[in-house]
Design a protein around this ligand. Structure first.
Ligand code: 13P
Ligand code: SF4
Length: 344
């Protein structure tokens, strides 16, 4: 698409939420990126948290971690540009190692991925020998390499059920683990925080959790929800499962980022509030102009926000930042990811 076509396409989506000069500026960047993408035989994968102009202009696929992992595993393009965070780009490299995988920002980390090390997992396995380890995809490759199976927010309960095991280790998100425990009717403990209560026997606990948290989703409280419901009695509230179980319970729906998009698309509420990274509200407002979205724009993921159109252009021009995973770790990390993809 040339500049005029790109600008018109972006204006039709973003004209209600962005000023025209910003759309023009970003359309110029998008044209350059899309040209280079074709010249270099690249695919751009964009997570649902990307800012609206990027989200609506350059990705070949937008989605949640599960959808993007699937596409990364299948693509035959030479270069995968991951507009997301490092653990997502690493996952793409693990699943499709012959491709050049680029992350447009040098760090773009994640508080959950930082919360646990491979050594922590080895210690948990020593403490609970033989108990299968379910690892959230928001972790680094060396942690995945110590695991039996991975999961995402879109399939966590299904993965736990698929193991047909009385007990599982579920790492590293404390709140996701609690939400999965509630959904699967399992009792949960956190051995790293508290000694086991006297009344617990080995069979009393069925999920062994870890105390990592998402720095974005831990901010939402039940009090926020009560206040919002007072102010907007007809609002439908959707919470990501990285929110606390109390927040999830007080909401009307909980699911992965793409599950939230689909839920809004298919329901007819007067207005919606998403308890998650706030670009999602903008992106849905742009895609579905008939939906009234409330925003909580103080809640941003600083890591996802490092990915911009400017950085993506530089990434393609300079072929930076290349994501590599040591082969010995990659081979071991691939198994739990493939097991997850096979069951979901
Ligand atoms: P999803 O897999 O639901 O897109 O979540 C990824 C994430 O990092 C949420 O904070
Ligand atoms: Fe990590 Fe939370 Fe950001 Fe998602 S929103 S990438 S879990 S810090």
């Amino acid at each position: 698409m040339n500049f005029e076509q790109t600008y018109e396409m972006m204006k039709s989506k973003l004209g209600r939420i962005l000023p025209d000069f910003e759309i023009k500026y970003k359309a110029e960047l998008a044209v350059q990126i899309n040209q280079l993408k074709n010249e270099k035989n690249a695919i751009i994968l964009g997570h649902n948290y990307m800012e609206p102009a990027l989200y609506h202009s350059i990705p070949d696929l937008v989605g949640d971690s599960l959808e993007l992992s699937r596409r990364a595993a299948q693509t035959d393009k030479d270069i995968i540009i991951f507009c997301g965070v490092r653990f997502m780009a690493e996952t793409a490299k693990i699943l499709n190692p012959s491709k050049t995988v680029l992350l447009p920002a040098q760090k773009a980390g994640c508080s959950l991925a930082e919360s646990i090390s491979a050594n922590d997992v080895r210690n948990l396995k020593k403490k609970f020998p033989g108990v299968p380890v379910v690892t959230y995809i928001n972790t680094y490759a060396d942690v995945k390499a110590e695991s039996d199976i991975c999961c995402t927010s879109g399939n966590a309960a299904a993965v736990v059920k698929s193991l047909k095991s009385q007990t599982v280790i579920f790492i590293p998100d404390e709140y996701l683990a609690k939400n999965v425990a509630a959904e699967t009717g399992k009792h949960i403990i956190f051995p790293s925080r508290k000694p086991r209560a006297k009344k617990d026997t080995v069979l009393d606990y069925q999920i062994i959790g870890w105390t990592g948290r998402c720095e974005v989703h831990e901010k939402f409280t039940v009090e926020d929800i009560e206040n919002i419901r007072k102010q907007f009695p007809e609002v439908l509230i959707l919470a990501h499962p990285e929110c606390s179980p109390e927040v999830v319970q007080a909401s009307d729906f909980s699911g992965s980022t793409s599950a939230m998009v689909r839920y809004v698309e298919n329901s007819r509420a007067a207005s919606y509030l998403l308890l998650t990274e706030c670009s999602m509200g903008d992106n849905i407002a742009a895609s579905y102009p008939d939906k009234e979205m409330l925003r909580l724009c103080s809640v941003r993921c600083p890591h996802m926000n490092e990915i911009t159109l400017e950085e993506t252009l530089q990434s393609l021009l300079k072929i930076r930042y290349v994501i590599d995973v040591p082969e010995e770790i990659r081979i071991r990390a691939r198994q739990p990811l493939e097991r997850m993809l096979a069951i979901s």
